[in-house]
Design a protein around this ligand. Structure first.
Ligand code: IMP
Ligand code: ZN
Length: 346
């Protein structure tokens, strides 16, 4: 199964740039700093509190406090996803400014976009898009500024900047405060991928679901058995809002008790659009191949099921239809070789 999952052309729709940084990139970045000796990722099989997960992002941010590091991380992350046979990748990242190094939010986004363009120029077999992330800890004004920034960069890079993400510590703030900001983003043609209900959040969820977002990140606690409500479930089903599901991330962050109780099962059985994603492949020491494998083992999925999951994920990408069509050709091209190698009919 491992070999099958590796060869499978894949779609990654939920990857935070700084959380995706690999150990080898960390080593390069640490070499540029004096005396930074931390553990930047969780070992396989470990667990943590959400607070501890967010502490890792803080440590990584100390390394990516300048435009060269932001460029390097983005560039390496794209190469690594490409090596893992990810053919379409949507990255998301929170624009950050660091006065001491002269990095402004504009320069941050510019560094990310330059890395994407440079990978494009190398003709890598991967299409990359970008979502700008709003960290809910930073409040509405910063959210507003992020949408303005996205609008600006969408004008200069209409083919790359596709949407807005809401992320950050789910226990902080009220997502409803951002609704006017999301509406403005939507009016401007930006898509919305919102982290919703990672932890039970009865107050904000309904209003955010009714926007509706174009995709939901995690949605861990939407269903009644996980602290949500039937009304949440019905709303998601009615809008057919796709869910970005990240098994290892939820397991390490302990937002699910174990994988058998992961929300993937609940939604997949309802034939609801589910997308397998990594979230933070660096921090959670995983890859999209491993996530597919884990889903296969946990939920008894066949190679055909995995093939469908990866191909269907293309439907929920925030890119133009003609690009989706072009990318679907990759699955067509890979099919005969995979059928032969694994002796299957896909
Ligand atoms: P960055 O936006 O590229 O700096 O990636 C790291 C950031 O992504 C973190 O500081 C969080 O705001 C966000 N993030 C990563 N994983 C999660 C998650 O599971 N839930 C909520 N936010 C997350
Ligand atoms: Zn996430």
């Amino acid at each position: 199964m491992e070999e099958f999952c590796k060869m499978l052309p894949k779609v990654e729709l939920h990857a935070h740039i700084n959380g995706s940084v690999s150990e080898s990139t960390i080593e390069k970045l640490v070499a540029t700093k004096q005396k930074l000796d931390h553990q930047f990722s969780f070992k396989k099989g470990s667990t943590a509190t959400l607070k501890e997960c967010f502490e890792k992002f803080r440590l990584i941010h100390q390394l990516t406090d300048n435009v060269d590091a932001v460029y390097q991380v983005t560039y390496d992350v794209i190469q690594e996803f490409c090596d893992d046979n990810v053919r379409y990748l949507e990255l998301r990242s929170t624009p950050r400014e660091v006065t001491e190094t002269g990095m402004t939010k504009e320069l941050y986004v510019d560094a990310v976009l330059r890395a994407i363009r440079d990978c494009e120029a190398e003709n890598l077999d991967i299409e990359v898009k970008l979502l700008l992330a709003i960290d809910r800890r930073n409040g509405v004004q910063v959210g507003q500024d992020t949408v303005k920034l996205a609008q600006k960069f969408r004008e200069s890079h209409p083919d790359l900047v596709v949407g807005i993400d809401l992320s950050g510590d789910p226990s902080v703030g009220d997502g409803r405060d951002f609704i006017p900001v999301f509406k403005e983003a939507k009016d401007f043609g930006l898509k919305l991928a919102l982290h919703l209900c990672e932890v039970p959040a009865l107050q904000e969820t309904m209003d955010l679901l009714c926007l509706p977002p174009d995709r939901i990140g995690h949605g861990t606690c939407l269903h009644p058995e996980a602290g949500g409500t039937q009304e949440f479930v019905d709303t998601v089903l009615t809008h057919k809002t796709p869910l970005e599901l990240c098994l290892t991330s939820n397991l390490i962050g302990q937002t699910v008790p174990d994988l058998d109780n992961h929300q993937f099962k609940f939604w997949y059985e309802k034939q609801h659009p589910c997308i397998i994603c990594t979230d933070d492949k660096g921090v959670f020491s995983t890859s999209l191949t491993e996530e597919y494998q884990l889903a296969a083992v946990t939920f008894d999925l066949s190679p055909n099921d995995l093939w469908r999951l990866s191909l269907d994920s293309m439907n929920y990408a925030f890119c133009e239809e003609h690009l989706k069509e072009k990318l679907r050709e990759k699955w067509k091209a890979a099919k005969p070789g995979m059928e032969k190698q694994f002796n299957l009919k896909l």
